[in-house]
Design a binder for this molecule. Structure first.
Ligand code: EPU
Length: 355
């Protein structure tokens, strides 16, 4: 286990914001994670497990915490039952690539998403009609206080849209590894944008491996077009992905919302059924509230490609917070809807900030 002091936080998050972290510990095994947690005892510091840093906002100033970077990168495939167990520190896109190469389906639409395997259960990562709740069957964790391990079944994870039991303020669990049960046939592609762009490429005579590779490639092309694939060459990718969740409305809220849109004469509203509820495109709400792609507020910008992503051009966290509040209040004034930030946001005491 390696211990670093006063680490610049910007290099640990894809939006490259934040001051310095009091301690950063890198761990290559569960034993090292246990030693890292023991190291914090008596120090009155919170413990923050760190994945790829793609969905996290650090505070300006000194973060009084121990950041634990988990580098456990195992990939154990049981071909007989299409199950894979992967270490929390494995790069997510590499995991997807390995599944696709093994001819296993169920995560190919999640290609090109930054972060690590251990991060995906936390907010039930999803894109293009797939979410990890559809394939995860077990999440093995370490309790920060008791140092006991627990294997959560999928139902115990309480997965919901961009949410799970692990995405709460006082989550005591550090994720060590995740087990997936994948599929041996291509799931139906329902997401319009992806379906249309695949056209007739998924020819019947192709093997499952080939079909999965085609879907993976297409997803990456689409994501890249929205600045959602990390790249040193594209400044629009200095972001935390989608910055706001798409609000979900029940029947009554939805009809009120449609009435507001009609009064405003806004034409077709991009919305999608989500179980009993209806999901509204937050990117559209933002644009209809007077913001534009590429708009700059101090050192923060709305992505040139996608209104849901906020990009750090030369800003700090305080400026990001101001811009987020401005966007939220303008959307609220226009539509009466409060949009919620999606990334996990910490204050200098290492406590999660609620919106
Ligand atoms: N739209 C706009 N302006 C824009 C972009 C989109 O008005 O600048 C409208 C369009 O009407 C579009 C609709 O919003 O049809 C939906 O856009 P998109 O298909 O890009 O999806 P999204 O809802 O903005 C979600 C996820 C993404 C995921 C994509 C693709 C959330 C918060 N975000 O975005 O996930 O990649 O779908 O499936 O659910 C992430 O969570 O970080 C993330 C990138």
């Amino acid at each position: 286990m390696k211990v670093f002091e006063h680490t610049p936080l910007a290099k640990l998050s894809t939006i490259r914001l934040g001051g310095v972290g009091q301690y950063l510990i890198e761990c290559n095994s569960m034993e090292e994670v246990i030693s890292a947690v023991q190291f914090t005892k008596g120090k009155q510091l919170s413990v923050i497990p760190l994945g790829g840093g793609s969905n996290i906002v650090f505070p300006d100033g000194v973060l009084k915490s121990v950041l634990i970077k988990i580098n456990i990168t195992s990939f154990d495939l049981d071909e007989d039952c299409s199950e894979v167990t992967s270490g929390a520190g494995m790069n997510w896109d590499l995991f997807v690539q390995k599944c696709v190469q093994a001819g296993l389906a169920g995560v190919e639409c999640l290609s090109g998403i930054p972060g690590t395997v251990g991060a995906v259960p936390i907010q039930n990562v999803g894109a293009y009609g797939q979410e990890v709740a559809q394939t995860i069957i077990r999440v093995e964790c370490l309790h920060k206080e008791t140092l006991k391990t627990k294997a959560f079944t999928a139902s115990e994870c309480l997965f919901a849209y961009r949410d799970s039991i692990f995405k709460c303020n006082d989550n005591p669990w550090i994720i060590l590894n995740v087990k997936f049960r994948l599929k041996t046939e291509l799931p139906e592609i329902r997401y319009g944008e992806l379906k249309n762009s695949l056209n007739h490429k998924l020819l019947d005579h192709l093997s499952l491996q080939d079909k999965l590779a085609i879907v993976r490639e297409q997803v990456i092309v689409l994501r890249r077009g929205k600045g959602m694939v990390l790249s040193n060459e594209d400044p629009n990718t200095v972001s935390a992905g989608s910055f706001f969740k798409n609000p979900t409305l029940d029947k009554k809220e939805y009809s009120q919302f449609l009435a507001t849109c009609e009064q405003l004469n806004l034409g077709k509203v991009p919305s999608y059924p989500n179980g009993e509820q209806t999901k509204i495109a937050a990117a559209w709400l933002i644009e209809q509230s007077g913001f534009t792609k590429g708009q700059i507020y101090k050192g923060i910008k709305i992505s040139d490609y996608h209104a849901l992503a906020l990009v750090n051009i030369r800003g700090n966290t305080a400026e990001l917070a101001e811009f987020v509040e401005l966007i939220r209040s303008q959307v609220y004034n226009q539509f009466g809807l409060l949009i919620e930030p999606e990334p996990v946001w910490y204050n200098t005491d290492g406590q999660r900030i609620n919106f």
